[in-house]
Design a protein around this ligand. Structure first.
Ligand code: HPA
Length: 256
């Protein structure tokens, strides 16, 4: 680690549990002088981040290669925007989003990814916009709240994304997703119980992202493409996913 790098302090030991500062590098992000924009798109797959940057952005510069979690900054229609992979799961997106918010001043964090549909009226390739993210993760316990806190997305971003999707005549579902720690779960009844509570779809990251954003007073949203269906067992192919991804990315970029 260079002498200018900042060690991210644990919230429990730091004087200010949620410091916001612009720094030169953290344990997981080393931009080497390249700016990170206030608005960032966050796909799980770092190669997807590269694809988004190369396909949609102008003047791109790579700002992170640590652990191959690629990050890029460029412009979209003249406005600065960044895109970075997060890896899979709440622990991974939580550490990257924490560093982006608290050490690099990022203000709008938009997760873009795939999800598994959990309601019968949903089709492959539909777009899901997360209003909230229920979870089976323990991540929220660290905030020591005297009850159950509901991880919600930013209403400002949610309302804009829905309007953009409607203007494109894009079929969307807005509601509660499940951010699951389990891709292969042992309880065969678990998903049916979540479905009965109206959960639209399962993914693995948004609850951690929404919690970090809320704790820091910044905005976060999750936009997903349905890649598989838990009721019909329908699945998309990798090639089909590439095209289907386009609508979701374009909605996210129009938010910038
Ligand atoms: N489970 C969890 N995450 C997912 C799924 C799924 O079925 N599909 C896409 N992301």
């Amino acid at each position: 680690m260079s002498s200018t790098s900042v060690k991210a302090e644990s919230p429990s030991t730091a004087k200010d549990p949620f410091p916001t500062m612009v720094t030169t590098s953290t344990p997981h992000i080393n931009p080497k002088g390249v700016d990170i924009a206030e608005t960032i798109l966050l796909p799980g797959d770092p190669l997807r981040a590269k694809f988004i940057a190369e396909t949609y952005l102008d003047d791109i510069r790579c700002f992170n290669e640590v652990r191959n979690i690629l990050g890029f900054t460029g412009t979209y229609r003249g406005r600065p925007v960044s895109v970075m992979g997060t890896g899979m799961g709440i622990p991974s997106i939580s550490l990257y989003s924490y560093e982006l918010i608290h050490f690099f001043g990022v203000k709008n964090l938009i997760r873009v990814g795939t999800c598994g549909a959990m309601q019968a009226n949903m089709n492959l390739y539909d777009v899901v916009i997360a209003q909230g993210a229920s979870t089976n993760s323990n991540y929220l316990h660290q905030f020591n709240l005297p009850g159950f806190w509901a991880p919600l997305s930013s209403y400002r971003l949610l309302e804009q994304a829905k309007r953009i999707a409607d203007n494109r005549s894009q079929r969307t579902h807005v509601g509660n997703v499940l951010s699951s720690d389990l891709f292969y779960g042992a309880d065969p009844d678990a998903m049916t119980k979540w479905m009965k509570m109206g959960i639209l779809a399962v993914e693995m990251e948004s609850a951690g992202l929404f919690a970090n954003a809320a704790a820091a007073g910044v905005d976060a949203l999750g936009i997903f493409t349905v890649s598989d269906h838990l009721i019909t067992n329908a699945e998309t192919t990798a090639a089909e996913r590439q095209t289907a991804f386009t609508a979701m990315i374009e909605i996210a970029l129009e938010l910038v």
